[in-house]
Each structure stands twice: as C-alpha cells, then as structure tokens.
Ligand binder design. Structure first.
Ligand code: 3HC
Length: 286
C-alpha cells in the first residue's frame, strides 16, 4: 500500500469538520467537500473556532493552529476533490441512497489505489462497499463526537475488506493520536449496539413515568461516572440519529429488544431533535 498523504473528507458537518480538523492537525493534506461555498466556509470557520479553543487551553500553539488551517482546502465538487486522494472518508448524512450516489461518484473519480472509508454510524459497511468497484479497499472508520476530543476510532471490516487496508487504517488512526478498535460488520457495530439500547431504556424510564429526564441523567452521571447522562447524550447525538440507528438494529436483528421507545418516535415527529433543534429532552437556548 502506498503512503497515505492526501485525505479527502466528504461532508463538512459536525463529524466531517471534526475529521478534517484531526487529520490537518496530524500533518495530512485535507480536501474538504461541501455542497455549497457557504457551507464549505462555515465548516472551515468551525474548525478555526475549535482550533482557537485548543490554543486558548494551551493545548496547541498559534503556529500549530495556522499550519493545520493551511493544510485544509475546501471544494464544492467531488471529482476534483478526490482526484489525488490516497484516502477518502465519507461523512454525509445517514441516508443510504445519498451515500450510494456519493460513493459511486468517488469510486469513479478517485485513483484506483485510494482507500474509501465511511464514517457511517450504523449502515452496513458490506452494503456500502458493494456500490463501489473496490470492496477490498472499503472500510468503516467510525469517529465519535466531538472528534478532536474523543479517543476512539471504531474500524469496521466489510466482508471483503483486505487485511492490508485494515492495517493501514489502524495505523493512520494511531498517527491521529486516536485508539483504533477493530470490529466486523454487524448492525450497529459494537458502539451503537451497546449505546443505543441504553439510551432507549433511559427514554422508556421517562415514558413510563419512572423518573424525570434530569433524574435519569443524574443516576447515570453520579452512579456510573458517565460524562453526560444518556438523555443529554441523546440530545447531543440527535434524537433523529438515535431513532435511525435503533431502526437499523431492529431491522438487522429482528429482535424486539431494539424496538424504539414510542416517546422517542413522538419527539422526532414533533421536531424535538436535541441540541440542533434547540430542544430535546432538555432546552438549549444558544
Ligand atoms: N474541539 C476541540 N476541543 C473540544 C471540543 C471540540 N469540538 N469540544 C470540547 N472540547 C474540549 C474542551 O476544550 C475541553 O478541554 P479541556 O479538558 O482541556 O478543558 C474538553 O473538551 C471538555 O469540554 P468542556 O469543558 O467544554 O465540556 P465538558 O467537560 O462538559 O465535556 C464533552 C464535553 C467532551 C462533550 C463530554 O461531556 C463528553 O465526553 N461527553 C460524552 C460524549 C460522547 O459520548 N460522545 C460520543 C457520542 S456517540 C457518537 O458520536 C457516535 C455516533 O455514531 C452516534
């Protein structure tokens, strides 16, 4: 496998801009793609803000911030952005048809040697790999929000991922200062298969009147040392995202233990999606 120097990140949302941030901080050239100039500028402004926060906490110097920013170029067209990529990471919304369209375009335009990775939180890696002509060079690279802070990268092998590609992605993750953990493709992988039933159960406690959202979160924060309670975390992740992942688990295993709590469904229907909507289990004024 040739050396990985140029990274293209498709999607500049919360996960995409975080991924671009950590690669640029580790010295990689990053091409970041968004759908409009306005969104590309917004993604870059968020990276700038998060790097500034790291400077003010004295974690990095002004010089390190500037050199990280200089390593990022933004684009609004995929073919140009992937033309020289060694590794492409797709981080677009969790809609299979959208990912299929984008991965097809990436596959047709990226060098044949390039590894294609997806940051999907739950869509099958094997299924996504099958829309490309290189399933052996396709892999899951699942980052966690906030990407610059969270140590884990869940590295997920599709059915045809080559061991060499897995080895390369594990070592790149380490170069980012992360801890990669390998898993095989299965609904929800490890992270969301374990996390989402806990969040769902916390929602059921509220639904059944066992306790208030505040009380549920206090129990898990003070009793189990979780940095955020499960309902605060669900708001942070996005209640629509949690519901989508529970659907993947429920459909994938056909096991009623993954049935989404009716309160979660109702809140998503009402547009109470968590932080991004200003309201979920809790309110977010800013
Ligand atoms: N960029 C850079 N640094 C950041 C940051 C960002 N976007 N966000 C937070 N930080 C830094 C802060 O500067 C601070 O640094 P310090 O320790 O040196 O002071 C540190 O992170 C903690 O931040 P804050 O002081 O602002 O706030 P908290 O102490 O409340 O921590 C938190 C915030 C890190 C988000 C913490 O609450 C936490 O770890 N929560 C759990 C997050 C989690 O579980 N994420 C995974 C979600 S699941 C997922 O992403 C997968 C998907 O598939 C669903």
């Amino acid at each position: 496998m040739s050396e990985i120097k140029n990274i293209t990140v498709i999607g500049g949302g919360t996960m995409g801009n975080g991924i671009a941030h950590v690669f640029a901080m580790s010295g990689y050239h990053v091409d970041l793609v968004e759908t409009s100039r306005e969104l590309a500028d917004k993604a870059l402004a968020i990276i700038d803000k998060n790097l500034t926060r790291m400077v003010s906490k004295e974690k990095i110097s002004e010089g390190e911030k500037s050199s990280a920013l200089e390593k990022i170029r933004t684009h609004i067209d995929i073919p140009g952005a992937v033309a020289h990529a060694d590794l492409v990471i797709e981080a677009v919304p969790e809609i299979f048809e959208l990912k299929k369209k984008i991965l097809g375009l990436v596959d047709r335009n990226a060098p044949l040697t390039a590894i294609l990775a997806t940051n999907t939180s739950s869509i099958s890696i094997t299924k996504l790999a099958s829309v490309t002509s290189r399933p052996d060079k396709f892999i899951g690279m699942h980052f966690f929000n906030p990407v610059p802070v969270m140590k884990l990268v869940e590295v997920i092998n599709g059915l045809k991922t080559s061991p060499e590609v897995t080895k390369t992605i594990m070592s790149i993750s380490e170069r980012l200062g992360k801890v990669p953990v390998e898993a095989n493709d299965s609904p929800g992988f490890v992270s969301n298969r374990v996390l989402m039933p806990m969040i769902n159960e916390a929602i059921c406690c509220v639904y059944e009147g066992v306790a208030t959202p505040e009380a549920v979160d206090q129990v898990m924060k003070l009793g189990m040392a979780h940095p955020m309670g499960p309902l605060r975390l669900a708001d942070f992740i996005g209640l629509d995202v949690c519901l989508d992942i529970l659907h993947v688990l429920y459909d994938g295993f056909k096991d009623p233990k993954y049935r989404p709590c009716p309160l979660l469904v109702k809140m998503v229907d009402a547009g109470k999606l968590g932080d991004k909507a200003g309201e979920g289990f809790f309110e977010y004024k800013n």
